[in-house]
Design a protein around this ligand. Structure first.
Ligand SMILES: [Zn+2]
Length: 166
């Protein structure tokens, strides 16, 4: 029998966190200093019910995926690769960062997460996690998912959300 409701599941757990360093650039000629946040991610997934399990997506599997995605950027320096003001260059075991041509930082490569974003704002981190989760759904063969809404909080009561329909 066809169910009539629209369904969504939400996972927002205390271990879906990542403690990472970052800095962002602003309009004009301004660039933040390096600092860190205890980020926290929460996700809502909308979609059709699985006809055997009667769920949108398995909570256990979703929690595992979210934990893995957070682990990928946990305890790292988050560096944007698409920022026209920043030059991020890998050299052997190091990553060199320059702001508008002026050398600013050198980090060990293993401590960096080089990200395909223009700035490491919470908006862009939410988009990044959404893209990663979508890829995980595709490889898991989850065809019923119709939307992903990812929230990333950078401090208590301060967050951004990215919603993508599939
Ligand atoms: Zn910050």
């Amino acid at each position: 029998m066809q169910r009539r409701g629209a369904f969504r599941v939400t996972v927002s757990k205390d271990d879906h966190v990542f403690a990472s360093a970052h800095f962002i650039t602003f309009a004009g000629h301004r660039c933040e200093g390096l600092h860190g946040h205890n980020y926290r991610a929460g996700v809502t997934v909308e979609g059709a019910l699985d006809e055997e399990s009667w769920w949108v997506f398995d909570f256990v599997a979703l929690k595992k995926i979210m934990r893995r995605l957070c682990d990928e950027i946990d305890h790292k320096v988050l560096l944007p690769l698409q920022n026209p003001r920043l030059q991020v260059v890998e050299e052997g075991e190091s990553v060199k960062v320059a702001y508008e041509g002026t050398p600013r930082y050198v980090f060990p490569r293993r401590d960096c997460a080089l990200l395909p974003v223009p700035n490491t704002t919470v908006e862009m981190l939410a988009e990044l996690l959404t893209t990663r989760l979508r890829a995980e759904f595709e490889s898991a063969g989850a065809r019923g998912v119709t939307a992903i809404e990812m929230e990333v909080e950078e401090s208590f009561g301060q967050s951004a959300t990215c919603r993508v329909t599939i």
